[in-house]
Design a protein around this ligand. Sequence first.
Ligand code: NA7
Length: 537
Amino acid sequence: MNSISDGKTIDAIVVGAGFGGMYAIYRLRARGLEARGFEAAADVGGTWWWNCYPGARCDVESLDYCYAFDEALLDEWRWSERFATQPEVLRYASHVAERYGLRDHFTFNARIDGCVWDEDSRLWTVTTEEGHTARARFLIAATGCLSKPHRPDLPGLDEFAGDVLFTQAWPQEGFDLAGKRVGVIGTGSSGIQSIPVIAQVAAHLTVFQRTANFTLPAVNRPIFPEYEAEIRADYLGHRRKILQNKAATVKQTIAESAFDLSDEEREAAYEDKWQRGGAGGIPVLFADSVTNPASNEQAANFVRRKIAEIVQDPEVAESLTPRDHPIATKRICLDTDYYATFNRPNVTLVDLKKTPIERVSATGIHTSSAEYPLDVLVFATGFDAMTGPLRAMKIRGVEGVALEHAWADGPRTWLGLMVAGFPNLFTITGPGSPSVIVNMIAAIEQHVDWIARLIDHMRETGATRVEAQDAAQEEWVAEVRRVAETTLYPLANSWYNGDNIAGKPRMFMAWLGGYPTYAERCEEIAASGYAGLELAA
Ligand code: NA7
């Protein structure tokens, strides 16, 4: 048994060394708290450490996808592209870890396999698969929303004689796909980013698509120097400004409704956005794109026409055309040359809706109509999102109740920050918070700052236990659902709703009311002396 801090009780255990965990360690230690982190990976970076597949890139603009807690850090770091590549985001994470001496406060290669609350001592005991034990007053889950991989168990997969790779755990040393016959299963963001890059080196690429997805051109490029200079002239002011926007990124909405413009004006606006690219893409132009089906259909039809123009084979174009969900209700993807990739002679699209996979054999994939010989099979099949990483920690709260049990009908949280029955546990960007719908780093900073302030308050008032009240939690859960139901999001089969995991309760898992309303609510609660929480000495 490998006990950190010699069995001594510390103030806080932080799980995860991604952007959430790193900032939590930084913030708590800066306040004089003894905080220690555990991370399953070998280094910092979280999702950016694991997802090192070819083509991996951020879909929030680099100048906004960064910490803002220290102006000096903002000033010194330079991004090379409009949308940073995975290696560049990872270099940034590493720079932050180095600059603030964060690595020393993490135990790496340590995966949590149990978190148990003890009511008498008011402490969490955390254990890892590698045999560490640690005890602390507070437990902070900075486990990310997309860190528990979903790996479908296809019949015969064990027999496959080639290499099997997962975008969510790509080999850190890279993998040479040159000259290989590669199959990619999955056309979410990871598939859509990697497919054009793999196609450039593979002898042949076969894409196995279950659901056609909307994707829009990122139009990645170097950052325009004038734009960067304008932001850098008052970077913190820019940050404050974007935090007033729903997605905590640069506002791109040009009108409330798609029907505020004439047909010609609307078409020109979509075309202009298509040419300029950028986060959120076409659906963000009109505020009613994800609430009004007719407005959504305008945007969707524009993209459908683009697919028909770009993809030369009409049958392939039709297979690539999404028709079963409103645009943006599955997470919108940003790509570089995705649709055009299907014009390459070395790329085949297999439409699994027409010809489903029947089995994998030693040599490749067999669908209901053909066999596709492969050397490498790549799974880009996504995650058990939002709740998966928290459930995997095997958390037991008051009276030993397991989080899985408390969430048997779907996640129930107070503001996505706390869970009734699980005192002194905080979930950074947890289900019920804006999380994946907004700029994640902004959401992380807001959560960590709020948690640090609450812990300060507890220290000042002598409280040692904090728990969300059941009634307050139920109100929040209802509010999250109510807001989701005013939108088209519940109409899609998506990981937002838990649809991609068999048996997962269906429930829209993020706050759709926007970052500012959410941050304001958190602020009001703190100012009110933490209404909704039970604090005890
Ligand atoms: P996603 O968006 O969940 O995409 C997973 C893809 O894998 C999607 O196209 C799925 O089809 C497909 N899939 C999943 N299981 C299967 C099986 N059994 N057979 C065939 N196809 C399957 O995950 P990503 O990693 O691409 O992106 C996740 C987020 O990371 C992304 O939104 C960004 O925020 C970053 P389906 O649509 O379910 O029919």
